[in-house]
Design a binder for this molecule. Structure first.
Ligand code: ZN
Length: 475
């Protein structure tokens, strides 16, 4: 199993710290707005990572947080949410609660399995204060009028994740406090301002945590001082993840995370997604238009590290591919079966093994989902051909087993493959008509029905007295 490690700048053999176990942390959303396409991509990508690691037999403990203070308080609550909350007479935690629920609802619709632990920053203020106090004790921090800062001149590896000199990376969303010692120094604890309504008591007075410290504290609390995988969107490499490394490694003196995985950014019709451009796509709006499984397959059709462009055509293609797979599953369900196993059955069982190996090998190479999916589509085509006549029961079971693995790993094919109720009834009605015609020896007409049905992609197979139908055509 090879994973591209941002820290190493290359693919590396994956070796977890604890035998058979993987401890993984992914930065979750800041809950002041609905989930957008970027959230969907990141969370579907890591959902596949967890599913595949579990498929390989690893015991995975997956932690994903909710940022409900700190960053939220600092940037948003004061402006939008607090004013909105004040106006509406709701507490800021009600706002956070609302968006946590809507995030989970969106992720459920995309078949993203819930992490094992979903800690909230607001529930870990005690641990955060402890961590800042320890850093202070070790001499890494200094206090000025608006908060407690990390002194970056004390950490020599700053920039090791982003592979750039930190001076080149500094971006300020807000004008920095001129009293800071170094421009890149970041806040561990922020002091409450006069109109703040959400803060906690601390050794430095009333305040709330800076954004970065919560992830260090919550990940190490539940996963130990060294994680196996830390992930997030590529936009988090700097400063967020760089700062997480600084804090955590200064606290423990140990490697914070052995592997760092980052999911590429999303563009819309070739343009960067931004609220200011009016092309900001919310997951809940997409779900009104498209099926959750279709969106999921669309997101997984691009390798997680590549940029992903969202466009109608791409989603349509995913829809077509998914329908193709369901058609194959339906054909499998209705296929003619027999007891004996002939050479063709045996040969096809080798094809199944080949397809499974191809899929697993692709995923073992840094989760190459597009390659794995193309193997799956190719195999589905072979299955369609194979089902042109009755096949051995056990061979058919093995094909079914392959698609069950696909379901488990990719989180697609969760529904029962079926035609709409009326279509099934109509096919059965035509079959009944054909049977009666044959009884009356009106073979010309009965053969004509069979021929016409075949033209529609519905193959009738007579097995002894019984007739079965198989949907052969991928439409
Ligand atoms: Zn984080």
């Amino acid at each position: 199993m090879r994973i591209y490690n941002t820290l190493a700048g290359k693919k590396e053999e994956f070796r977890p710290l604890r035998k058979g176990r993987v401890h993984m942390y992914v930065c979750g959303p800041t809950v002041y707005g609905d989930a957008h396409l970027g959230h969907a991509r990141t969370n579907v990508a890591f959902d596949l990572v967890v599913r595949f690691l579990r498929f390989l037999g690893y015991d995975v403990r997956y932690v994903r947080n909710f940022t409900d203070v700190g960053h939220l308080t600092e940037e948003t609550l004061r402006d939008k949410v607090v004013s909105k909350a004040k106006e509406m007479g709701v507490h800021p935690m009600e706002v956070a609660e609302h968006y946590i629920n809507s995030f989970l609802k969106d992720m459920d619709a995309l078949y993203v399995e819930r992490p094992n632990i979903m800690p909230r920053a607001s529930g870990h203020i005690h641990e955060i204060i402890e961590a800042v106090r320890k850093l202070e004790e070790k001499g890494y921090t200094y206090e000025i009028d608006d908060g407690v800062y990390f002194d970056l001149s004390k950490f020599k590896d700053y920039g090791k994740l982003s592979h750039q000199k930190p001076e080149k990376l500094i971006r300020h969303r807000v004008e920095p406090n001129p009293k800071k010692r170094n421009p890149a120094d970041f806040a561990l604890w922020r002091k409450a301002k006069k109109d703040d309504i959400l803060y906690w008591e601390s050794p430095w007075g009333k305040g709330y945590p800076g954004w970065h410290i919560e992830c260090s504290v919550m990940s190490m609390k539940y996963l130990g001082e060294t994680l196996d995988i830390h992930g997030g969107g590529a936009d988090l490499i700097f400063p967020h993840h760089e700062n997480e490394i600084v804090q955590s490694e200064s606290l423990t003196g140990k490697t914070f995370s052995r592997y760092w995985m980052h999911v590429g950014l999303v563009t819309i019709n070739g343009e960067k997604m931004a609220k200011s451009k009016g092309n900001f796509i919310l997951v809940k709006d997409l779900l009104k238009k498209y099926d959750g499984e279709v969106l999921r397959l669309f997101l997984l059709s691009t390798h997680y590290r590549s940029p992903l462009d969202f466009n109608e055509e791409g989603v349509k293609q995913a829809e077509k591919n998914l329908r193709g797979l369901y058609n194959t599953l339906f054909a499998l369900k209705s296929a003619g079966r027999k007891k004996d196993k002939d050479e063709e059955d045996k040969r096809f069982e080798k094809e199944i093994e080949k397809a499974r190996e191809g899929m697993i090998e692709a995923l073992k190479d840094d989760f190459n989902t597009p390659k794995a999916l193309s193997q799956i589509y190719e195999f589905a085509g072979k299955v369609n051909e194979f089902l042109s006549k009755p096949r051995n029961e056990e061979t058919l079971q093995k094909i079914k087993g392959f698609f069950e693995d696909v379901k488990r790993i990719f989180g697609i094919l969760n529904k029962e493959p079926k035609l709409s109720g009326k279509e099934e009834e109509l096919i059965e009605l035509l079959m009944e008509v054909r049977k009666r015609l044959r009884k009356e020896k009106l073979y010309e007409l009965s053969d004509w029905i069979r021929k016409k049905m075949r033209e529609l992609g519905i193959e009738l197979q007579d097995i002894g007295e019984e007739t079965r139908y198989v949907i052969r055509e991928l439409r």
